[in-house]
Ligand binder design. Structure first.
Ligand SMILES: Nc1ncnc2c1ncn2[C@@H]1O[C@H](COP(=O)(O)OP(=O)(O)OP(=O)(O)O)[C@@H](O)[C@H]1O
Ligand SMILES: [Mg+2]
Length: 247
């Protein structure tokens, strides 16, 4: 039973003991957990230090060659290292991985003209992940990828998490973010169907960084992944469904 947990950049710095306890319980109950993380705030900090602009379109970060080196430093050297260290401190055996290394996440360009060095995932090398999981480790993936020509690319971490879940045929995917779930017109949503999610993007109630998250959610649901959540650290936010709930 594979579970993917995507942890957003803004949440990484504020992870609570209760979250690690829940995670530990899942692992002790036999769930094979893979973590994929973002690093928005850390990337922005690195870009500012380098005097580079922060450009985001529909939740996707436009990534120049120079920006990519900031992205890599922030994601791999800082966010990934810190998270792995914290997990190990909390008694969870974690191993840090970078998606652009060992051909872990193979990509095409999403749209080179529009976004620059941003990847569209072609394949996830699940053998690496399965081997670590079998030895009781938790793989922790920094969301970068590699093209056929060997060029590194930035991948939206929600997209990377969704693609990893698809490749592993996971049973559960949790997108842990800085809101308690999806809100529509100020209202916390307990559950939403694919039709409602698409309509909410269309109506502008879901915007910015929530768009790639919901797009990843829809892809996971279309692949029949059972449990798909957008949530805060409590892991009890908005449950997303392929069909409208039967009454
Ligand atoms: N309907 C909505 N409900 C809740 N949040 C929404 C909604 N529409 C847009 N958002 C925005 O989406 C944000 C979460 O996405 P964001 O990309 O900022 O975080 P993340 O994906 O967790 O982190 P990272 O991108 O660093 O991995 C929220 O903070 C909120 O501003
Ligand atoms: Mg995001």
């Amino acid at each position: 039973m594979f579970s993917i947990i995507k942890i957003g950049g803004s949440t990484l710095e504020n992870l609570q003991p209760a979250f690690f306890k829940t995670l530990k319980n899942k692992i002790q109950n036999g769930e094979k957990v893979v973590i994929v993380h973002g690093g928005g705030p850390e990337i922005n900090k690195k870009l500012k230090e380098a005097g580079l602009p922060i450009q985001i379109k529909d939740g996707i970060r436009i990534t120049s060659k120079n920006a990519l080196s900031c992205v890599k430093k922030a994601l791999k050297d800082i966010a990934n290292s810190n998270l792995v260290e914290r997990l190990n401190q909390e008694g969870i055996k974690a191993v840090g991985l970078c998606g652009s290394e060992h051909m872990l996440i193979q990509c095409d360009y999403l749209n080179e003209e529009k976004y620059g060095y941003v990847g569209k995932v072609k394949n996830v090398n699940t053998a690496i992940l399965e081997k670590l999981l079998e030895s009781g480790k938790v793989p922790v993936i920094a969301s970068l990828g590699i093209t056929d020509k060997g060029e590194e690319v930035n991948i939206n971490a929600d997209t990377a998490a969704g693609e990893t879940a698809s490749a592993l045929l996971a049973t559960s995917v949790c997108f842990v973010t800085d809101t308690s779930g999806i809100q529509i017109e100020g209202q916390e949503m307990d559950h939403l169907s694919v039709t409602e999610l698409k309509q909410s993007i269309h109506d502008g109630h879901i915007y910015g960084g929530m768009i790639p998250k919901v797009e990843a959610v829809i892809k996971c649901l279309e692949l029949n992944i059972e449990e798909v959540l957008i949530t805060d650290q409590s892991l009890s936010g908005t449950r997303c469904y392929k069909e409208v709930l039967a009454l």
